[in-house]
Every structure is written in structure tokens, then in C-alpha cells.
Design a protein around this ligand. Sequence first.
Ligand code: NAP
Length: 260
Amino acid sequence: MSNKPVAIITGASRGIGKAVAKELAALGFYIVINYFDFRDGKPDDSAALQTEKEIKGCKILRGDVSRAEDRNKLIEFTKQNFGRCDMLVNNAGVAPAKRVDILEASEESFDRVMNINLKGPYFLTQLVANWMIEQKKQFADRNFRIVNTASMSSYTSSPARGEYCLSKAGVSMMTMLYADRLAEFNIGVFEIRPGIIMTDMTSVVKEKYDKLISDGITPTKRWGLPEDIAKAIGAIAEGRLDFSTGQVINVDGGFHFRRL
Ligand code: NAP
């Protein structure tokens, strides 16, 4: 069994997840990276292999978080390699393949986005939470924490990507549910709400967001960076928010507050 704490991070071959993996590795965690790169309909491990090179001692495993079989494999893989899991970061997520008005949007896109963004983390958390409860019985002095990546879309309407907003609103409720259920075991559950963060996901709408930011949609007039999210999750990993289970941490340059 590993003598260092272990974190599972989903969707961590690139973007926000990769920055979180680097941050937690720097804080002394061994990292298990889940990823599901498909480029032009074919599996492509290049980003994950590159990330593996950059983070000493990390292990990578391809898997689709929306599939039960792949979630089970991720847990078995972590057990075999490290024998423990101290932290889970549910980060993997997708935008709709195409933005379509809710008056026209398809069930197919709804199912895809909800399965990856909500069903996947909901049931992965169930697996990890049960394993953490077992570990807690044996190692009472260890700290266990779970972080869910929601979004400003949890509470902001974008009618051209309704399924994304619904999935993230679901992640917000999921955080409260697990924070409530796991409090008796002293397992902290937290929600990160990123604002507009510069990654592949937002690269397709870069010009639109450049303008919104320069026009003042966020009080802090800059793009968020994956490292901004990673620092906030780092603070959770260090135990600085342990009495704040269920807390929502907005990492959005002030987007969330009302202004007059
Ligand atoms: P990204 O650059 O597109 O990365 C998304 C990650 O999710 C990738 O590592 C991707 O892995 C992984 N992923 C996608 N489908 C998956 C699946 N079925 N199984 C496992 N992994 C899967 O996006 P990002 O901006 O870093 O987003 C990370 C999280 O932050 C998401 O939950 C997103 O909704 C949330 N968020 C982002 C922003 C933003 O402005 N960027 C704002 C609010 C919330 P592969 O590449 O390996 O497929």
C-alpha cells in the first residue's frame, strides 16, 4: 500500500484536470488520471502519455466515466496500484457537441451530456465513498475528501445549451447530498464552480468570451486559468476547508455576485 495519499482525478489528461493533477502531485499525492481522448472517432492516448511524463509517479487509465464498467475498472486499477484513495476530483465533463436552442435540442445530446457530467460522477462518487468509509474504519487518522466540478452554469441560464446547465445544476445538488451523507464519516465534499476558464472547452467560443470579458461580464477582467481552479482544489487537499463540507467555491473572478 502507498505511504503517500492518493487522488483520483477524472478527465485529467488536459485542461483543468491536468492542472489539478500537477497541483496535487506537488502537494505530495500520488495521482490516478482517468481520461477518454477520442480524436476523429479514434482513441488517442497522446495527451495522457504526455501528462504521465510530466507528473512523476502518476498512473493513467483510459475510461469513459459514463460507463459503469469503466468506473469499476478505475477503482480496481487504483486498488491494485496504490491500495488507497484519499481524494476524488470529479472533473471530467463535456459541453454539448453543438449549441442548439432548447426548443430544438435533441434527446441524444441530453443523454450524452447528462451521462458524462452527472450520472458518471454521481456513481463514481458512490463507489469511492463506500471505499473511503471502509478505509476510514481501518485508518481513522487519514483525511478523505471529494471535490465536484460544477460551473457558473449551475445557476446561469444558457438556453442554447440547456442540457449542460441541467447537468451542472445536478452536480451542485449531488455535492450537497454527498456532503450530508458522508459528514458522519468525516469525509468532506466540496463543489468548485469555475467561471470562464481558458481550455479546449472554451476555445470554440474564445472571441465571444474575449468580448464579454473586456465589456465587464466578470468584475475581474481576465480569463480564468486552469491553475486558478487547481489552487482552490489544492487548498481543499491541504485540509484548509475541512469544517466547510458542502461549501461551494466560486472560482470565477467575481461573476457570481450581483452588481448595481
Ligand atoms: P476540457 O479541456 O474539454 O477537458 C475535459 C476533460 O474531460 C478532458 O480531460 C476529457 O478527457 C474529459 N472527458 C470528457 N469526456 C469524458 C468521459 N466520457 N470520460 C472521462 N473523461 C472525459 O474541459 P475543461 O475546461 O478542462 O473542463 C473540466 C471541467 O470543468 C468540466 O467538468 C467542465 O464542465 C468544467 N467547467 C469548465 C469551464 C471552462 O470555462 N472551461 C467552466 C465551468 C466548468 P479526454 O480529452 O481525455 O476525452
